[in-house]
Design a protein around this ligand. Structure first.
Ligand SMILES: Nc1nc2c(ncn2[C@@H]2O[C@H](COP(=O)(O)OP(=O)(O)OP(=O)(O)O)[C@@H](O)[C@H]2O)c(=O)[nH]1
Ligand SMILES: [Mg+2]
Length: 239
């Protein structure tokens, strides 16, 4: 049996954590060989306590917590969770109720249905209209083609899922949001088949965006993304 570890990096998601884990309890009901890893990514709210509570409640699958004492970024949180993962296949998704838990299950099945699942890179592909955020995503796709010569679509769409052999190729993964493009880029460079499933990126239900809360913050995010594409262009073979 192919086993799966799902990492959810949680940064100040205490208010919705119970609902998040309940969603996974429903989506994963009846699936064997799955573990859920909830990472408290140096949160300043009650996320750590909520994770402890959810782990104590248990689930019909393996559930555990991981802790990052001081926040160093989204990517660092995911990597900390992956370090604790025991599954053959590894996945991550967002922890703020914007990414339906069922997506991970559908993606896992889509990857396993391919002739060579170990050589696949699974990802969500957001199909709902997302206004300005959607335009930024399309711009990012065009820039990645221009700078890297690769067609990387819907780079930040969740979930991401791949065989653990790809993780062994991560030499200098970034600690920020760039981890999504890094993993995707590594997979495409390694000739992995990209398997996409259509997903909906839901409206934020609580709290506020950690990056898209003002025009300067959006511009900073874009500039960082652009910079990282250049980094991959120059040093992609070594990192
Ligand atoms: N920004 C940020 N997010 C983190 C971090 N660690 C984990 N996350 C999680 O990453 C997910 C995405 O962050 P968001 O700020 O919601 O970004 P987004 O979903 O792309 O943007 P919105 O549509 O504005 O919500 C959330 O579930 C966060 O809890 C971190 O260090 N920084
Ligand atoms: Mg979000």
């Amino acid at each position: 049996m192919n086993t799966l570890s799902i990492v959810l990096p949680c940064y100040n998601e205490g208010s919705t954590l119970g609902r998040l884990v309940d969603g996974y309890r429903r989506a994963l009901a009846g699936r064997a060989g799955v573990e859920l890893i909830l990472v408290d990514n140096g949160s300043t709210d009650d996320t750590a306590r909520r994770i402890t509570e959810e782990v104590a409640k248990g689930a019909p699958f393996a559930i555990k917590g991981a802790t990052v004492a001081h926040n160093r970024g989204y990517g660092h949180g995911i990597l900390s969770g992956l370090a604790e993962a025991g599954g053959d296949y590894l996945a991550w998704s967002h922890a703020d109720l914007q990414c339906p838990p069922e997506d991970v299950v559908r993606l896992f099945d889509a990857v396993l249905a391919r002739p060579a699942p170990r050589a696949c890179f699974g990802k969500g592909h957001r199909v709902n209209e997302r206004g300005r955020a959607g335009r930024l995503t399309r711009l990012q796709t065009r820039l990645s083609r221009l700078i890297l010569g690769l067609r990387l679509e819907e780079i930040n769409a969740q979930p991401k899922l791949f065989h653990r052999s790809l993780l062994e190729q991560f030499r200098h993964p970034p600690v920020g949001y760039e981890l999504d493009i890094y993993a995707y880029y590594k997979a495409v460079r390694a000739g992995r088949e990209v398997v996409s499933v259509p997903v909906r990126f839901l409206e934020r239900q609580a709290g506020r965006s950690k990056w898209a809360f003002s025009l300067p913050s959006r511009l900073r995010f874009m500039a960082r993304n652009l910079w990282y594409l250049v980094v991959l262009r120059v040093a992609g073979g070594w990192i």
